[in-house]
Design a protein around this ligand. Structure first.
Ligand SMILES: [Zn+2]
Length: 110
């Protein structure tokens, strides 16, 4: 989608530190990290938000969660200890209005 920064990152047209990429998903370090580990996971295909997900996205959503699990471990997070957060939103939420489905993976409070 034109003017969507997460589409541009997923397509490699916008700079980002990519930590994971496959046919459907991209993960990169947050541009303005708020925790020692702060990654953002996005589908490569434009989906407006978590609120737009339906049964047809079941496999994609599960894939995203499994990538998040693996990235938490590979980032050194003690998942049995302090653990991590996954955050997503629909619509405008403070200043974090990116209209492309994304999930934050954070190892701290926020
Ligand atoms: Zn997009």
């Amino acid at each position: 989608v034109t003017n969507c920064v997460f589409c541009a990152i997923a397509a490699g047209n916008e700079p980002a530190v990519i930590v994971y990429r496959d046919d459907n998903l991209v993960a990169f370090t947050a541009l303005e990290p708020e925790a020692p580990v702060h990654l953002i996971l996005v589908p490569r295909r434009h989906i407006p938000s978590v609120d737009a997900l339906g049964p047809e996205h079941a496999a994609l959503w599960m894939d995203l969660l499994q990538v998040a699990q693996r990235l938490a471990r590979s980032s050194g997070i003690n998942v049995e200890g302090e653990g991590y957060q996954l955050l997503t939103h629909a619509g405008r939420h403070g200043t974090r209005a990116f209209p492309h489905l994304h999930v934050h993976l954070l190892d701290g409070d926020r």
